[in-house]
Ligand binder design. Structure first.
Ligand code: AMP
Ligand code: ZN
Length: 469
């Protein structure tokens, strides 16, 4: 498989550190509020990547953190503590907020058919690991203690700007309105590994450490949780494109300083879901959640399908109009699968199966081109092969796409079947067979018979409907 690596800015062959195995790390949610559908775009595309790697018979181990401490409202070391402001907003403790929104996140993932990673760890469960890695960074001279906090010293690195496109200028936080320059920092790019003195005296969660009672910075979490569970070499690190700087940049700095060698082979960044007003966020515009989409009558899998229609490296514009278009296409796919289920069962044609599957794997092998993979699915429906082969391919592709097309088709057939009694259904089947055999006179005769029994027959693009008259 070829995949784009944001660090090298090149599409490269994915070569795991250990043949046949993939270690994969995902930046998890900050659990101070519901995830919005922009956040979830990121997790949907990462889920497709993970499932495709498994589909290609690689042994994947995927790890994700839950950020329940240390994430400030700016991704640098400034702004309010997100967890604390969530707790204040709801008059609850930080841990109550964390539990509630962690459960809500996985409930949303469930509705979107996003698989839970093999390992999920909360930052607050890994404090000892953070302290151990930070202590080692201090011993090695990569970190210093100043004004009560421990900072990573970026001047000790040969290269700090791992993703290449950020300048010192952008780091002049002092020039931004309402943000004070941290005078403890030796270099502008330095970042906090451990806080004991922050402006949040009311920080609820604090732990003993060699530097005093305090709490970890955000960036150290991901490095430690990854290294703890996946070892010294990471094959793929995932996240939203906004995490590139400073979060992922800082992860590389501290992990490689700690390990003494290159850490991660490939950075997979999902681009943003945008609204008319810009990047979708929790604080601006309508707060768009999976539940909101459901309340408006959308199946969450329609949103998944909407995301798969675009490449993960392109920003995606959200509008209800485009979601409606995705819904119409999704419903048609389900109806086509439902019609295939009604056809008499035959043997799967393995030559056709392999030929049509190759288009699907070619698309995904080429930097996870999901929109071309969906085209391959349409090609299956149009192909000159039998229904059994088509259904086998749809189910096979769904191991990666997770759109539940056959499941939804079975449901649709069942609920259509519920409306008409067996006698009518049997007649409808005889009529379908007559039509297939081009015996239209017989088909018309059966239609009249069905109508005389109180049902009208409607042939739609989605298949035949039986309506009680
Ligand atoms: P957070 O819970 O804020 O830490 O974000 C969770 C993930 O969602 C991170 O990987 C972010 O980079 C990503 N993300 C945030 N906003 C968007 C957006 N509008 N579109 C896509 N991904 C996003
Ligand atoms: Zn992270």
């Amino acid at each position: 498989m070829k995949i784009y690596n944001s660090q090298t800015h090149k599409t490269q062959e994915l070569v795991p550190h250990t043949a046949g195995k993939i270690s994969m790390y995902t930046c998890g949610p900050t659990v101070y509020h519901y995830a919005h559908i922009g956040n979830l775009r990121c997790y949907i595309m990462e889920d497709v990547l993970e499932k495709y790697l498994r589909y290609c018979r690689l042994e994947v181990k995927r790890v994700m953190n839950i950020t329940d401490v240390g994430h400030l409202s700016s991704d640098g070391d400034t702004g309010d503590d997100k967890m604390l402001s969530g707790a204040k907003r709801e008059h609850k403790t930080v841990m109550e907020i964390a539990k509630f929104y962690t459960d809500a996140f996985f409930a949303d993932c469930g509705k979107l058919n996003i698989k839970t990673p093999d390992v999920v760890e909360s930052a607050t469960d890994c404090i000892d690991e953070f302290i151990s890695v930070i202590s080692s960074l201090v011993d090695k001279g990569y970190a210093y203690f100043a004004g009560g906090n421990v900072y990573f010293d970026t001047s000790k690195l040969d290269e700090y700007y791992a993703f290449g496109d950020v300048s010192e200028e952008n780091l002049s936080v002092g020039v931004r309105e309402g943000v004070e320059e941290d005078e403890n920092k030796r270099n502008k790019a330095d970042f906090v590994l451990w806080f004991t003195k922050s402006k949040f005296d009311d920080q609820e969660l604090k732990w003993d450490s060699p530097w005093g009672l305090g709490y970890p910075g955000w960036h150290i979490e991901c490095s430690c949780i990854s290294m703890k569970n996946l070892g010294e070499y990471l094959d793929i690190h995932c996240g939203g494109v906004d995490n590139q700087f400073p979060h992922h940049n800082n992860e590389i700095a501290q992990s490689e300083a700690f390990l003494g060698h290159k850490w991660c082979g490939c950075w997979f960044h999902v681009h943003h879901l945008n609204t008319a007003g810009g990047k979708m966020s929790k604080s601006s515009g309508e707060f768009m959640t999976v539940s909101l989409l459901e309340s408006k009558g959308y199946d969450p899998l329609v949103y998944r399908f909407f995301c798969l229609l675009s490449h993960y490296r392109k920003s995606l514009a959200f509008s209800y109009e485009s979601l409606d278009n995705a819904k119409a296409s999704y419903d048609k796919l389900v109806a086509k699968a439902a019609a295939l289920l009604k056809e008499p069962s035959e043997e799967v044609n393995s030559a056709d199966f392999e030929r049509l599957k190759a288009k699907f794997t070619d698309a995904l092998d080429n930097d996870l081109n999901t929109s071309l993979a969906i085209t391959a699915l349409y090609d299956v429906l149009k192909a000159d092969t039998n229904a059994a082969t088509k259904l086998a391919l749809i189910e096979d592709f769904d191991r990666v796409l997770s759109l539940d097309l056959v499941k939804a088709a079975k449901r649709a057939n069942e609920s259509a079947g519920e409306q008409a009694p067996a006698e009518i259904l049997a007649l409808a089947e005889q009529r379908a067979a007559a039509k297939k055999a081009k015996d239209f006179a017989k088909a018309d005769e059966i239609r009249a018979q069905i109508e005389s029994l109180g049902y009208s027959v409607k042939d739609t693009r989605e298949g035949t409907k039986l309506i009680k008259s």
